[in-house]
Design a protein around this ligand. Structure first.
Ligand SMILES: [Zn+2]
Length: 261
């Protein structure tokens, strides 16, 4: 790979100076891939913020933060980023300010807008990968629909009481979110909005799993979660995987003919 020169420094120089602690684990090629990549977090719940934090610290090249909500008192129960004096500020703008102060060189772009099908698709099209930081099931399904249509990988999370789920939708090779939920027998679930309550450790774990998955996808490292749901039951202290959550053959989003074989 040919390094780009920035301010007299090559990308190799940057990875060796700013991200030295990560270098032995990921390798320089992986860090260069991260630097050349763009990721957008749609929705800044605590999982989304946790994921964003790790992506900035590992040196992602460009990070979009899409959320039109403000910081409320209820966010303080699970957030590591907000404090009492921050209530009322826009989450995305505030997070941009905090992450930019880390000085990792990540280009952070704030998208202060509601997540909907009309305005969001053109924004998501500008990024390589999408992270689900949403708390509403209808919005999560919409994110899956848009990503499948755009051909963008979506790294999803869900918090079901004291259980954490993580799943990756890769257009052309894995199930979309609708198919995964149908195979789980949870097709009725998306008709209800997510709970307003959240448990900080669960949110943080979900965001950490999403960050790890995004880094693996970008760096071509290890196995990804496609067609496999990663589950962690906090009360039982059990991690388990549900395999075989393949695309439904008649799904308009992911059940395309090339996947039917
Ligand atoms: Zn599908």
């Amino acid at each position: 790979m040919v390094a780009t020169v920035r301010g007299g420094k090559t990308l190799e120089d940057e990875t060796q100076t700013n991200f030295e602690p990560t270098l032995p684990l990921l390798g320089q090629e992986a860090l260069l891939r991260l630097k050349a990549s763009s990721v957008i977090i749609v929705g800044l719940n605590e999982a989304g913020l946790t994921c964003a934090n790790y992506l900035v610290r590992v040196g992602i090249g460009k990070l979009g933060l899409l959320d039109d909500g403000g910081i409320s008192k209820s966010d303080l129960a699970s957030s590591n980023l907000f404090s009492l004096k921050d209530i009322g500020q826009r989450k995305a703008a505030f997070a941009n300010q905090q992450f930019s102060a880390l000085g990792t060189g990540t280009e952070i772009i704030t998208h202060l807008q509601k997540f909907d099908s009309h305005s969001t698709e053109s924004v998501l099209a500008r990024y390589n990968l999408v992270i689900d930081g949403l708390s509403d099931w209808q919005e999560k399904l919409l994110a899956s629909d848009i990503c499948m249509h755009l051909g963008k990988p979506l790294v999803h999370h869900a918090l079901l009481g004291m259980r954490v789920h993580a799943f990756t939708c890769i257009p052309g090779s894995s199930a979309c979110l609708r198919c995964m939920l149908a195979k789980m027998g949870l097709e009725d679930l998306p008709h209800s909005t997510a709970s307003k309550t959240s448990f900080g450790p669960a949110s943080g774990l979900a965001g950490s799993l999403q960050a790890a998955e995004a880094i693996k996808l970008i760096c071509h490292l290890g196995l990804t979660h496609q067609n496999t749901l990663i589950c962690f039951d906090i009360l039982k202290s059990e991690f388990y995987n549900l395999h075989g959550l393949d695309p439904e053959h008649d799904c308009p989003d992911c059940g395309r003919p090339n996947l039917d074989s």
